[in-house]
Write a protein that binds this ligand. Sequence first.
Ligand code: NDP
Length: 295
Amino acid sequence: MAEAQIIDGKKIAGDVRAEVAKEVARLIAEHGVKPGLAVVLVGEDPASKVYVKNKAQQTVEVGMKSWEYKLPAETSEADVLALVNKLNNDAACHGILVQLPLPKHINSEKVLNSIHPDKDVDGFHPVNVGRLWVGERALVPCTPTGSIILAKSVKPNLSGMDAVVIGRSNIVGKPVAALLLRENCTVTIAHSRTKNIEDIVKCADLVIAAVGIPEMVKGSWIRPGAIVIDVGINRVPSENGKTKLVGDVAYDECAKVAGAITPVPGGVGPMTIACLLRNAAQAAAMQIGAKSVFA
Ligand code: NDP
């Protein structure tokens, strides 16, 4: 059997950023509004600092205004809430992202829920979760949106497909299941208590793995020709004594059976920031009462 088509997340993320840049230019030209995205980082987590730097850089590259608020680890919850409140009331700021994880003394749920739903570019606020499930215009979590864009790059119409999502987190599994339902897939959500997971995955035309277990999904689980989207990012020891990134899918085995597959790295990963920028442009359009090309 021929090897699977490799879905190039890096290229497709570039295409999404180009669409965002076009939409930003349109909002400026037609409405005189430059979309603005604020990112709040509390503490010194090295990975978070890299994410925030990349987000800010890409925000500027698509023509948006970017603000970075870097607060010391000992900042009180009240001060973080006060900053979010200030940004909620700042008309120039259309999107607010609070980088997780927050230091332990801060209640993340309380902070995330204090972001105005229309500025909630992560799509984690319960109002946006509800809007997504009832089919209203919502800001949708970024990694799930990116996963669907990648699947649709192979098969633009997913209607009627049997989709299996492995994982039911609020960040990936549940929202990706809601999006698949919106695409008219028949959706099964598997999780840690699911029986006979291998047999369930074998029935899928489309598999989205978001588990956090390195290379859990084996080639023998994949239905020939299926589309496989691997959300997992796991750091494991490599042969040279260093570490390497692998997904939740055993890539080499699965690529021999699947019709199309995302690599790790270079698959879903690059889509997350691209979809964050997409959400910020959508949020700006919503706030000024303009049409958005994204929702
Ligand atoms: P969580 O740990 O929040 O959720 C993992 C899910 O997997 C849970 O629902 C859990 O089930 C399920 N699970 C655990 N063990 C098994 C098992 N043996 N069989 C079936 N299901 C199982 O992880 P996230 O959703 O946040 O992330 C998942 C992966 O995606 C991680 O590798 C993470 O690094 C990656 N990720 C990548 C992003 C990107 O930008 N590409 C962004 C976000 C995450 P239960 O609910 O029963 O415990």
